[in-house]
Design a protein around this ligand. Structure first.
Ligand SMILES: CC(C)(COP(=O)(O)OP(=O)(O)OC[C@H]1O[C@@H](n2cnc3c(N)ncnc32)[C@H](O)[C@@H]1OP(=O)(O)O)[C@@H](O)C(=O)NCCC(=O)NCCS
Length: 133
């Protein structure tokens, strides 16, 4: 996946996929990759660890569609809250999450070791899985 300037370390995806709380979802159009989601679910709490849309397909609604899929999946799993962290300077992602009614619930100063950037912690209450048909 070509969305971040640092590649995942060798073995990272295989390790994550071995964890019961971890889910990866990849979106394709035929053989062409569109984007992905990676999240954890522990009890009724979900954490979005990473998501991206390939650069040439950004700003066409795929990010919004991935997030809509995520919320449906989490409702099916009975999650009541989705949390995430985003770089303070990531205007695209912060705009997307803000549009989807995530609220800022905290900050971690200097959280990202590569740039020293702060992390913005965001959260959204979800419809419980008990309401999903
Ligand atoms: C964040 C990301 C997933 C958004 O995906 P996308 O497919 O481009 O997003 P969408 O086309 O669905 O856009 C939905 C909304 O997000 C916001 N948005 C998306 N890209 C934006 C940009 N470059 N600048 C400002 N707002 C942006 C807008 O509000 C947009 O709605 P609009 O197009 O109606 O104005 C994508 O930019 C990406 O993969 N970035 C690199 C990886 C990354 O930062 N992941 C998030 C880490 S927490």
């Amino acid at each position: 996946m070509r969305c971040f300037y640092r590649a995942w370390p060798p073995g990272y995806v295989a390790h994550e996929m071995s964890l019961p709380q971890s889910e990866f979802w990849l979106a394709f159009d035929g053989d062409n990759e569109i984007g992905y989601l990676h999240f954890w679910v522990v009890a009724d709490q979900a954490s979005l660890l990473s998501m991206a849309v390939v650069p040439e397909l950004q700003r066409r609604g795929f990010g919004r569609a991935l997030m809509a899929f995520l919320e449906t999946r989490l409702a099916d799993l009975g999650c009541s809250e989705l949390q995430l962290e985003v770089r303070v300077g990531n205007a695209a992602a912060r705009s997307l999450y803000g549009e989807l009614a995530f609220v800022e619930v905290g900050r971690r100063t200097g959280y990202y070791s590569d740039t020293g950037e702060d992390a913005v912690l965001m959260s959204k209450a979800l419809d419980s899985g008990s309401t999903a048909e």
